[in-house]
Design a protein around this ligand. Structure first.
Ligand code: ADP
Ligand code: ZN
Length: 729
C-alpha cells in the first residue's frame, strides 16, 4: 500500500535543486501521497519536487513550511523512485540531477491547458456548398473524432470561415478539451508479415518471455536485414496484448522516421515519440500520457528510460552496441545498462538487438546471464555482401586523392547498372588539418588543444571539441605568408568533391550530421536518398546506423585503418562493429552487394576478422586479451576528469588525489595518472585524467565516494567521475 500523508504531517521532499538532501515540509491541505509531484517553497522561490517519504524531523519544527501545492500528475511510482536511487548510486550522481532527468517535460506544474475542438453536431446546413460538403464528409469519415480547427480545415481543404459558419448553424459543435490527449490505441493484430521459420522461433521465445512478466534479458542477434525488427515487434505486440507498456530505444533520432512508419503499418497507429527533435507540447503530452498509461508504446532516445511508465513490460534497445547509448555530458549513464536496471525493478523483459553486439553483452550471454536468439540469414534472397580488402600499398594513387583505381572501377560498374554506391569516411568537414606550406604551422582552436577542421560547406574552420568557428584565413597566423595555407587529409566534403570529379554525371550526396539545420531536414534527406535521389552517397558513421537504402549495392570504405589507431581499449571492437555495420548497408534486396575496404595493413588481425565475418573468433580473441589485462567487461574502471582554467591547480589536485588513495587500495583498486587528457584543453579549461581499475565484484562506487570525499574541491575546478567509461578523451 502506498503511504498517504495527512495535512500537517511531516514529509521529506526531494527537489530538482542541487542540495543533495531531502528537505522536510508539511503536507498541504487535502494531504498527499508518497511520490506526489509537488511545488515547495525554497527561499524566495517555488521549486519542483517529489514527496520521497516521511519527514526526518531533524530541523527546527517551527520553521518547517508547507508544501505549496500538489501537481496534477500521477504520483511517481515506487519502482521509479527505486530506479532513480539505484541509478544515482551506480553513476555517483546527485539525486537532484536524477530527478531532473525524470522530470524533463515543460509545464509539469501548470494546470492542464485546454484547446477548442470540433465534432459533428445534429444541425442541418441551410445551404450545402462544396466546401461545406467536404467538411461534413471528413467528419463522417473519421467517425466521432474531434478535430482542431487547423486539422479540419486542412483535411477538408477549406478555410476556417467555412467551419465557423457550420458551427453557427449547429452542424458542427465547438467544445473545450484537454490539450494533452491519449495516444491512439495500437492494435497488436493489425498488420505483420508472415515470419520465416527462424523469425517465428525467435518471436515465440520473446512472446513467452514477455508474458511471464518477470525480469530477463535476451540478446537478439542477427545480421543486418535478418528481420530483428520484425521479431522484436512481435514482442511489442505481446506486451500490448497483456496490457503493459513497451519502450523501444533507437540510437539515432534520424532513424525514428522510418521506424515510426513501420510501427504504424504493424499496429495501425503511431506511438508516442520521445527525443530532442519533438516540440515542447509533444514532450509534455508524452510525459503525462506515459504516466497515465495512455501511451502503450514509446519510441525514443536513451532519456525515454526516465519517463514515468505506469506498467512497463518490455524495453527494446535496438543496435545495443551503439556508442551513443552512453550519455557523455551531465549524468554519465549507459542507457543499455540502465534499461536492464529499470526492467529488473519492473518485472519487464529486455531485448538487446544487434548484428554486432558489444563485448559486454556477449560476455553476459557467455556467462548465462542473458539468453540469446540468433537469426542466421538475411530475409528473402538478400545475402551478406562479398567483402574484400583493397591493399593500398599496391594502388597507384596521387597525393590529395583517396579513391583508389580499384574502388573507382567498382563504383563505375555499379553506376552503370543504375545501382547506388556508398563511400564511407568517418570524418566530418572538408579537411581535418589546415597547414601552412611556408612554416608548417597547423591552425588550432584558440580555446582547445585541437586542430581546426575546415568546413567548406560553411566556409569556416571549426573546432570539433567546442564548436568554435573562424573564417579561413588568407595569411598564416604564425608566419604571415600569404596564400600558403592548404587543406591536408580528407573529410567527407572533400571526398564528395573527388567523387564528383571522377564521376561528373553522377548525383553525389553527402550524409553527415553537421550539414543539416534540423533533425527533420536530415530525416527528409535520408528518405530522398533511400528512394533513389542520389547515385553516390558519401557518409560518416551516421549511415552505419540501420537506415535502409534498398538501391545500395556497393560500400567502399575509404580508410579502414582509421579506427585502429586509437589507444582506446575498445578500438578493435569499435572498428569491427563499424566496418561490419557499414558493409551491411550493401545489397539488402535482390542484388548481391559488395564491400571493399581500403587498407594499408590488410593482414591486421582485426581487418582479417572483419573480412571473414568470424564474430565468435574475433570475440574470443578480444575477450582473452581483455581478461588478461583485467579490463572491462572482466574488470571495472572509472575515469576521473579534472578540469580548470589553471593548469598548475589541476595537476596539483590530480597528484593529491593519486597520493591519498587509501580508500581505493582497501578494495584492491589502483589509480593511474594524473596524465594530461588526450584532449588536454577544451574551452580554455585544462584537462587531466585519472583512471581507476578494480576487480569485478568489489564495491567500487562506495570506495570512489570515500576517496573523493577526502578532498575540498576548489570553486574553479570541476571533477567528473565516469563509471565504465566508453570514451577516453
Ligand atoms: P533487421 O532489423 O535485422 O535489420 P529488418 O527487420 O529491418 O531487419 O528486416 C529487413 C527488411 O526485410 C525489412 O524491410 C523488413 O520489412 C523485411 N522483412 C523481414 N522479415 C520479413 C518477413 N518475414 N516478411 C516480409 N518482410 C520481411
Ligand atoms: Zn575549441
Amino acid at each position: 500500500m502506498d503511504m498517504f500523508f495527512h495535512e500537517g504531517d511531516l514529509v521529506g521532499v526531494l527537489t530538482t535543486q542541487p542540495l543533495d538532501r531531502v528537505l522536510d515540509y508539511r503536507a498541504p491541505e487535502g494531504g498527499c501521497w508518497i511520490g506526489a509531484f509537488v511545488e515547495v517553497p525554497l527561499g524566495p522561490r517555488k521549486v519542483l519536487g517529489v514527496v520521497w517519504g516521511p519527514g526526518k524531523g531533524d530541523y527546527d519544527l517551527t520553521k518547517i513550511r508547507a508544501v505549496s501545492r500538489v501537481l496534477d500528475a500521477a504520483p511517481m511510482r515506487e519502482e521509479m523512485r527505486t530506479f532513480l536511487t539505484r541509478a544515482a548510486d551506480y553513476t555517483l550522481t546527485p539525486m537532484s540531477a536524477m530527478l531532473r532527468l525524470g522530470t524533463r517535460a515543460p509545464g509539469l506544474g501548470d494546470p492542464q491547458s485546454m484547446r477548442t475542438v470540433y465534432r459533428l453536431g445534429i444541425g442541418v446546413p441551410d445551404r450545402l456548398t462544396d466546401a461545406r460538403a467536404r467538411v461534413i464528409e471528413v467528419m463522417r469519415d473519421y467517425g466521432g473524432l474531434a478535430f482542431t480547427l487547423a486539422e479540419l480545415a486542412e483535411l477538408a481543404g477549406t478555410g476556417p470561415s467555412v467551419i465557423k459558419g457550420l458551427v453557427k448553424q449547429g452542424v458542427i459543435t465547438e467544445e473545450a478539451a484537454l490539450r494533452d490527449t491519449p495516444y491512439p490505441r495500437l492494435n497488436p493484430d493489425h498488420g505483420g508479415h508472415d515470419l520465416t521459420e527462424d523469425q517465428q522461433d525467435g518471436a515465440k521465445v520473446l512472446r513467452h518471455a514477455v508474458r511471464e512478466g518477470t525480469y530477463g534479458t535476451t540478446l537478439l542477434k542477427g545480421v543486418t536485414g535478418s528481420g530483428k525488427t520484425e521479431v522484436y515487434l512481435e514482442a511489442v505486440a505481446e506486451c500490448l496484448r497483456i496490457g503493459r507498456q513497451a519502450l523501444v530505444l533507437l540510437p539515432e533520432i534520424a532513424l525514428t522516421g522510418q521506424f515510426l512508419t513501420r510501427v504504424e503499418a504493424r499496429f495501425g497507429a503511431r506511438p508516442a515519440e520521445w527525443h530532442s527533435g519533438i516540440t515542447m507540447a509533444e514532450r509534455r503530452r508524452a510525459w503525462r500520457m506515459v504516466g497515465q498509461g495512455e501511451a502503450q508504446l514509446v519510441v525514443g532516445a536513451r532519456s525515454a528510460l526516465f519517463l514515468p511508465f505506469r506498467n512497463l513490460g518490455l524495453v527494446v534497445v535496438d543496435e545495443e552496441h551503439d556508442t551513443s547509448y552512453k550519455q557523455e555530458d551531465g549524468v554519465l549513464y549507459n542507457a543499455r545498462d540502465m534499461a536492464v536496471l529499470r526492467a529488473s525493478l519492473n518485472g519487464a523483459h529486455v531485448v538487446l538487438a544487434s548484428a554486432t553486439p558489444s563485448l559486454e553483452t556477449w560476455a553476459n550471454v557467455e556467462a548465462g546471464k542473458y539468453a540469446q536468439i540468433e537469426l542466421t540469414s538475411r530475409f528473402g534472397p538478400a545475402v551478406m555482401p562479398q567483402m574484400r580488402a583493397i591493399d593500398m600499398r599496391a594502388e597507384d594513387l596521387p597525393g590529395g586523392r583517396w579513391v583508389s583505381p580499384t574502388l573507382q572501377g567498382a563504383v563505375a560498374a555499379r553506376l552503370e547498372k543504375g545501382e547506388q554506391a556508398l563511400l564511407f569516411l568517418n570524418r566530418r568537414g572538408y579537411a581535418p588539418v589546415t597547414l601552412c606550406r611556408a612554416c608548417g604551422h597547423q591552425i588550432g582552436c584558440d580555446q582547445c588543444d585541437a586542430r581546426m577542421v575546415e568546413h567548406r560547406f560553411l566556409k569556416r574552420l571549426m573546432c570539433h571539441q567546442c564548436g568554435a568557428t573562424k573564417p579561413i584565413p588568407k595569411t598564416c597566423p604564425s608566419c604571415g605568408a600569404e596564400d600558403r595555407l592548404a587543406p591536408v587529409g580528407p573529410g567527407v566534403e572533400r571526398l564528395a568533391e573527388e567523387a564528383q570529379a571522377l564521376f561528373p554525371a553522377a548525383r553525389v550526396a553527402v550524409l553527415s550530421s553537421d550539414l543539416y539545420g534540423s533533425a527533420r531536414a536530415l530525416k527528409a534527406h535520408i528518405e530522398s536518398i533511400a528512394n533513389g535521389g542520389a547515385d553516390i552517397i558519401i557518409g560518416t558513421q551516421l549511415v552505419a546506423k540501420g537506415h535502409n537504402f534498398p538501391l545500395l549495392t556497393l560500400v567502399g570504405v575509404i580508410d579502414a585503418d582509421l579506427g585502429l589507431q586509437g589507444a582506446d581499449l575498445r578500438a578493435a571492437e569499435r572498428t569491427f562493429q563499424l566496418m561490419r555495420q557499414v558493409s551491411g548497408r550493401a545489397g539488402r534486396v535482390e542484388t548481391p552487394g559488395e564491400a571493399l575496404l581500403q587498407s594499408f595493413q590488410p593482414e591486421h588481425p582485426v581487418i582479417r576478422a572483419i573480412l571473414s565475418g568470424d564474430q565468435e573468433g574475433f570475440w574470443r580473441a578480444e575477450a582473452a586479451e581483455r581478461k588478461a589485462a583485467g579490463v572491462p567487461p572482466y574488470g571495472r574502471m572509472a575515469g576521473i576528469v579534472l578540469s580548470s582554467p589553471n593548469v598548475q591547480e589541476v595537476f596539483d589536485f590530480g597528484a593529491e588525489m593519486a597520493r591519498k588513495d587509501a580508500p581505493l587500495r582497501r578494495i584492491g583498486a589502483q589509480v593511474y595518472g594524473p596524465a594530461p587528457a588526450p584532449i588536454a584543453r577544451v574551452r580554455g579549461r585544462h584537462r587531466v585524467r585519472l583512471l581507476v581499475k578494480a576487480e569485478k565484484g568489489v564495491p567500487l562506487q562506495a570506495a570512489l565516494s570515500q576517496w573523493v570525499a577526502q578532498f575540498r574541491i576548489p570553486a574553479t575546478l570541476r571533477l567528473s567521475i565516469d563509471i565504465d567509461p566508453q570514451s577516453f578523451l
